[in-house]
Write a protein that binds this ligand. Structure first.
Ligand code: NDP
Length: 239
């Protein structure tokens, strides 16, 4: 059997497509999100679906233990779980800011905290963090989202420098707009409508499968080659 792949945010969008592809490729998978029934309905072979909040260290620890007891140590961790709550900075609630910081930053730290030490000990393993172009440049109405994704870039790159000599790869993927449910959680209807209009003007977003192609490409390079960062967007997306 191939090695275990752990995917957060597997109930939707990029995480779900990633789960399907790695399962098709013969990997056992651990799927984590809060909507277990959706993940289970994928009916993937050699797969465990666990309802867990990525910000809850103990829930995530229990999920990973269950999968590793069954399938062996994690070879690939893909942190897809994330939220994007766009808003006017002077009107948006503190709760929305906090949620983005919690899920987008703490949500990659829980899994990393549990999985990375073993990878370092074994001298192998790969972590792929899904950041965003909003983690490389700022956009209006994206203030805290950009902050959370800049943090993903900074934390990932710093970890990469620290574990590179242990043969562990840390990869950041920075997509432009992708056709998923990500925008649905934004509560400001005007911003949402403008975003949809802008998306149409660039011929809509990438498909989740385009992102999975990048994940596969980076993972399938030999372990001694690290694709440090991949940036991908529709050709017509200028910013
Ligand atoms: P979706 O909204 O389709 O999926 C988000 C996933 O995150 C869901 O599976 C959701 O599961 C999970 N999630 C959210 N909060 C939590 C939580 N507290 N605990 C566990 N899981 C959680 O969005 P995408 O697939 O587009 O997003 C995936 C990643 O890609 C995100 O990090 C996003 O920032 C990034 N990205 C997306 C872009 C886009 O345009 N779509 C562009 C650039 C980056 P559930 O609700 O069941 O818990």
């Amino acid at each position: 059997m191939k090695k275990l792949v752990v995917i957060t945010g597997a109930s939707s969008g990029i995480g779900m497509e990633t789960a399907k592809r790695f399962s098709e490729n013969g990997h056992p998978t651990l799927l984590i999100s809060r909507r277990k029934e959706i993940m289970e309905s994928l009916n993937l072979k050699d797969s465990i679906s666990v309802k867990a909040d990525v910000t809850n260290l103990e829930e995530v620890r229990a999920a990973i233990k269950m999968a590793e007891d069954k399938y062996g140590k994690t070879d690939l961790l893909i942190n897809c779980a994330g939220v994007m709550l766009l808003g006017n900075i002077d009107k948006q609630s503190y709760e929305e800011w906090k949620k983005m910081i919690d899920v987008n930053i703490n949500g990659i730290l829980t899994t990393t905290n549990i999985i990375l030490p073993d990878m370092v000990k074994r001298n192998e393993g790969t972590i792929i963090n899904i950041s965003s172009i909003a983690g490389r440049k700022t956009f209006k109405n994206h203030g805290v989202y950009c902050g959370s994704k800049f943090a993903v870039h900074a934390i990932s790159e710093s970890i990469r420098e620290e574990v590179a000599d242990k043969n562990v790869r840390v990869i950041v993927l920075a997509p432009g707009v992708v056709e998923t449910n990500l925008l649905e959680h934004t509560t400001n209807e005007t911003i949402k409508a403008n975003y949809v209009e802008w998306k149409k003007s660039i011929g809509n977003g990438l498909n989740a499968s385009d992102i999975v192609n990048c994940i596969e490409f980076a993972y399938n390079m030999p372990q001694d080659i690290c694709v440090r960062e991949l940036v991908i967007a529709k050709t017509k997306q200028i910013d």
